[in-house]
Design a protein around this ligand. Sequence first.
Ligand code: PMT
Length: 404
Amino acid sequence: MLKNKLILLGITGGIAAYKSAELARLLIKEGAVVQVVMTENAEAFITPLTMKTLTGRPVYSALYNPDAPGHFSATVHIDLAREPQMVVVAPATANILGKLAAGIADDLLSTVLMAVNTAECPVILAPSMNTSMLHNPAVRDNIAVLRRRGYNMADPLDGFLACGEVGEGRMIEPSGLLEIIKRKFQQAVDFKGLTVLVTAGPTREALDPVRFLSNHSSGRMGYALAQAAVERGAHVILISGPTALETPPGADFYPVVSAQEMYETVMDKLPTVDIVIKSAAVADYRPKGISAQKIKKGGEMTLKLVRNPDILKEIGKRKGNIFVVGFAAETENILAHGKKKIADKNLDMIVVNDLTLEGAGFNTETNIVHLLYRDGREERLPLMSKYELAHLILDRIKENKGKV
Ligand code: PMT
């Protein structure tokens, strides 16, 4: 699968740089052509000669170096960015993540990364650093921003760190990274020709001109699904309640506010789609009437609510050949509720969040879910980022779609 694929391997200055020599060796064994670009700091950990010997190609590190072997041009950063089919930065230090998130290009590797079009050439970043650095809010924000912009993270592992501490921050092993690289090539266009409708975020049910009923959904799960589906070549329709997130580039975006609006937009698009993923947290009820004026405070107050349309149930009724994935957010009898929803709403698959677990459900970067299938199969997944989970859900849809 990797035969003759040109992979640009960016190496930055961290102790895990020694692992990139092994990664280069594994890639070459698979038939890939590896072009190394190192930062000046990386050269303190591993020599360009090692990488040149392993890859059989000149190693680039300086932006302007007329003495560099091989081709030199003032636009070497553009040539290096246009040629590869994939870019892997391993290890990716806090510094390179920060520069990429902030748009800083002050050496060859950061300039090349800035010139890579992630829609055409996937970029995988393998962070590696001390646990405290990884948990620094600035680094966490940078990682979240980069994920949202379409960069892929090969998440670091827990373990013994070079500084002597034990914790999260170890760079993923080369063999694990190789698997991610292979999967990325496989996924590249596996949803091409398919239209995927994703709903995301909360709905807002107005009480008066200034107040509404809603929930804690941030939209992250749904936006990660939309982004992953775009990356895999699908035509993506993202119908979203109000969130603070950037729309994933490449998705057709339909902002809505209330459950009724979401219902109408979904039903309008439904005849054109192949797959529905209903990750929105839709309000089951709305106030019976919307007060035209701001409601004034007084004594006790009783709100009369009426049912909203059950969008997913209606999709289930009209589903035909559409592969329908529901979500469920539960606090008790997780699996029993999930199974009941599959049957009641005529779903092919349901993703059940256990809201009692830390790192799962609403307004988190991560999730812990069970996948339940129409035929009774169950799969429990470990804690992972919503982006990783999104790709895994798409993998499962692909595996099961033929069986609908
Ligand atoms: O947005 P995040 O902060 O990332 O959080 C993600 C999430 C927790 C919101 C998401 O992963 C999730 O679980 N979404 C579904 C939450 C929910 O509303 O569950 P439910 O059990 O109430 O609904 C079950 C399914 O029916 C859902 O697919 C829902 O979209 C759908 N539904 C519900 C009510 C309704 N009136 N119409 C619907 O279509």
